[in-house]
Design a protein around this ligand. Structure first.
Ligand code: FES
Length: 105
């Protein structure tokens, strides 16, 4: 059994040069929200999931982005409801949320 069933890399990268970045979407606040909800739903910790802040993963123009491993599923999101759906469907039930997945997985 892997240490974490799902490991999420949540990009919160900021750029000061005007180029697109995930923090344009207040991704740090969203990451903190998702982590808090994962704990509330008992989806967080050893044998469950981990949500780590990540730097740029070079998919900035498709952002904001989250990568979920070991499934190698990449998501974009708009609001807290999208994050809730990823938690409920993917992390809880093991069913990726197709409508939020980036192309060319
Ligand atoms: S800033 Fe998030 S992928 Fe580049």
């Amino acid at each position: 059994m892997p240490y974490y069933k799902h490991h999420l890399f949540f990009c919160t990268n900021t750029r000061d040069d005007g180029e697109a970045c995930c923090q344009d979407y207040d991704s740090l606040e969203a990451r903190n929200y998702m982590k808090r909800r994962a704990k509330d739903l008992d989806l967080y910790g050893k044998g469950k999931s981990r949500i780590n802040t990540a730097g740029c993963m070079n998919r900035c123009s498709e952002g904001p982005v989250i990568a979920v491993y070991p499934d190698a599923v990449w998501y974009t999101w708009v609001d807290h409801e999208d994050l809730d759906e990823i938690l409920e469907s993917h992390l809880k039930k093991g069913k990726p949320v197709k409508r939020l997945m980036l192309q060319e997985q």
